[in-house]
Design a protein around this ligand. Structure first.
Ligand code: TYC
Length: 101
């Protein structure tokens, strides 16, 4: 069989897009105990004790704080898990998500 080579006239640019990342935000409230917030940050977001303490205190003082960034589905699942866990314990603690710029 004869060898044939087909050459492209134009370059094909591989269209691989990086998935957009989403921030998970911790929102302050007046009722959830600080230790409970730290426990949730450690359990759901795998923060260390000192990271969790810093994130909790930042939300407490400024109103909100970015916990971490993840692909959209992970961010939404973790935010719901954390919010639901607080609800189960009778606390109004809220986590929200928003796209990173
Ligand atoms: N403000 C709460 C208190 O004084 C503690 C708290 C911190 C709650 C951070 C939510 O995201 C939060 N008990």
């Amino acid at each position: 069989m004869a060898d044939t080579t087909v050459e492209r006239k134009t370059r094909v640019k591989p269209k691989v897009e990086r998935p957009k990342l989403y921030k998970v935000l911790l929102l302050n409230d007046d009722y959830t105990p600080r230790e409970f917030v730290v426990m949730v940050l450690r359990a759901v977001f795998r923060l260390s004790d000192s990271q969790a303490e810093t994130v909790m205190m930042t939300a407490h003082q400024k109103g909100s704080c970015v916990v971490s960034v993840y692909p959209r589905d992970v961010a939404e699942t973790k935010a719901s898990e954390a919010t639901d866990l607080a609800k189960e314990h009778g606390y109004p603690l809220l986590f929200s998500t928003e796209p990173e710029e």
